[in-house]
Design a protein around this ligand. Structure first.
Ligand SMILES: CC(C)(COP(=O)(O)OP(=O)(O)OC[C@H]1O[C@@H](n2cnc3c(N)ncnc32)[C@H](O)[C@@H]1OP(=O)(O)O)[C@@H](O)C(=O)NCCC(=O)NCCS
Length: 160
């Protein structure tokens, strides 16, 4: 089922500690080097906005935002791999941008591995620009990998 046909059954709900088994299963399946359970626990306990994406009440992805003043930083965006390329990532990203606009953020930004072509394609197609590079930002299987910094200008919202 594609997200655009299933959107009535899709929702973002706040991540709960008792959902971390499922979140960790998806996280480990989706990333070559995933976050640890401790990092996710700390996120849920922090002021970050931690979300699970539910399709028909089943968890199919997750995302984490950090909000500081008028900036929103996307720390994690992840979809269950067996459901990939069905529009769920795009649906979740758009919902997160909407949340940032609702809180009057003027910029929405993120880091992405330079080898992560599918995520980069998603961000470009949603209007993000490449605004910098963070050298050796990520651990990699053989050393370190650069991050591309991508950002979406939301400041037009200030004038509307
Ligand atoms: C990146 C991710 C969230 C995308 O979620 P998804 O539900 O698979 O993506 P969607 O179906 O919404 O696709 C959105 C766009 O992403 C790109 N994309 C997604 N999967 C792709 C693939 N296998 N090959 C090429 N492009 C792909 C395309 O541009 C696609 O648009 P299109 O289908 O109209 O061409 C998902 O692949 C994922 O969780 N990856 C692992 C975690 C990760 O890398 N997160 C990003 C961290 S910065």
């Amino acid at each position: 089922m594609r997200a655009d046909q299933a959107s009535v059954l899709l929702e973002l709900t706040p991540m709960q500690l008792d959902q971390l088994d499922t979140v960790m299963r998806i996280e480990r399946a989706a990333y070559p080097i995933s976050w640890s359970r401790k990092v996710l626990e700390d996120c849920v306990a922090s002021t970050n906005d931690c979300w699970v994406l539910r399709y028909d009440r089943q968890i199919v992805g997750h995302s984490i935002l950090s909000n500081v003043l008028d900036e929103t930083h996307l720390l994690n965006l992840c979809v269950e791999p067996s459901l990939s390329r069905n529009g769920f990532g795009r649906w979740m990203l758009r919902a997160l941008i909407q949340k940032a606009m609702t809180r009057h953020s003027t910029i929405f930004f993120l880091e992405v591995r330079e080898s992560n072509h599918r995520a980069i394609a998603l961000y470009h197609s949603e209007g993000f620009n490449e605004s910098g590079m963070r050298k050796n930002y990520y651990p990699a299987e053989n050393g370190r990998e650069h991050a591309i910094l991508m950002s979406l200008d939301l400041s037009f919202d200030v004038y509307t």
